[in-house]
Design a binder for this molecule. Structure first.
Ligand code: DGL
Length: 288
């Protein structure tokens, strides 16, 4: 059981920022990653839709016999974490609580900015969690919906991304914030561009670091930390990647983001993971 993989999912490549941090902090853990590339972005979809998508992905991950699940997506953490955590018999964690805790510790003046998808911002989850940590914190939020498609297009350092970041962040800068939460797992991938716009005086919070820490605690508590060894005592840590569309394209971007080789990316017809467990093993097609 201990060497069973961790299931990690997101709407696309954003969750790789969390998966990469898990690989770094917990090198003995194997990962099964799912990126819902056919249905990205999640940020503009309704709560019900995100719960439906998350349930399908969790059913898929369970067929891979994962021992815990990390919802490496703020939107799905805001909308579906509570529901999913009640429905499954393995530990499930999201990224919002760890990100909020880090921000609460990082701020000196108590003024925190949060940038995220429309869904995450309108759910008010960051604000709720930050106020629970410290009721005197002031939170200033801004939805940045174009960031996700820019990242999925691989335009991480493009002038167009800088121009859009400038427009989104200009107003937020007038609130005298000293800490800015990158409240969408795609955003750390453009942090250099964000840094250019906000300057050096603001702490950028990437929830991935604390999420990996939180995962470690959960695994420790459940006594399910991996030792990374196979039955013969040999090292056996494997990371597998699945998407709902365009495996090749995902693979290219994932290799750049993780700065490591990825053996294969498989395409899965995720919508068939709807109710029962008689799944047809046929994947989806990469053909255009
Ligand atoms: N990366 C996800 C998040 O953290 C989803 C972004 C999207 O698909 O809109 O919110």
């Amino acid at each position: 059981m201990n060497n069973a993989p961790i299931g990690v999912f997101d709407s696309g490549v954003g969750g790789l920022t969390v998966a990469g941090e898990i690989m770094r902090q917990l090198p003995d853990e194997s990962i099964v990653y799912f990126g819902d590339t056919a249905r990205v972005p999640y940020g503009s979809k309704s709560k019900d839709t995100i719960i439906t998508f998350s349930r399908q992905i969790v059913r898929f991950l369970k067929t891979k016999e994962v021992k815990a699940i990390v919802i490496a997506c703020n939107t799905a953490s805001a909308y579906a974490l509570e529901t999913i955590a009640k429905e499954v018999d393995i530990p499930v964690i999201g990224v919002i609580e760890p990100g909020a805790v880090t921000a609460g510790e990082a701020t000196a003046n108590g003024r925190i900015g949060v940038i995220a998808t429309e869904g995450t911002i309108s759910s008010g989850t960051y604000e709720t969690v930050l106020k629970r940590i410290n009721p005197s914190l002031q939170v200033f939020s801004k939805a940045c919906p174009l960031f996700v498609p820019l990242v999925e297009e691989g335009l991480l350092y493009d002038p167009v991304t800088l121009e859009i970041a400038d427009r989104y962040l200009y107003d937020l800068m007038s609130y005298d914030i000293d800490t800015l939460v990158l409240g969408c797992t795609h955003y750390p991938l453009i942090r250099r561009t964000i840094r250019k716009v906000v300057g050096d005086g603001i702490t950028l919070v990437n929830p991935a670091y604390e999420t990996a820490k939180a995962l470690e605690k959960v695994l420790e508590r459940g006594n399910i930390l991996a030792d990374g060894k196979g039955s013969l005592g040999n090292r056996e840590v494997t990371h597998r990647f699945y998407v709902s569309d365009s495996a090749e394209r995902f693979g290219k971007l994932a290799r750049t983001i993780l700065s490591r080789g990825i053996e294969s990316v498989e395409c899965v017809n995720i919508e068939q993971y709807t109710n029962n467990i008689n799944y047809d093993t046929e994947g989806c097609s990469d053909e255009k």
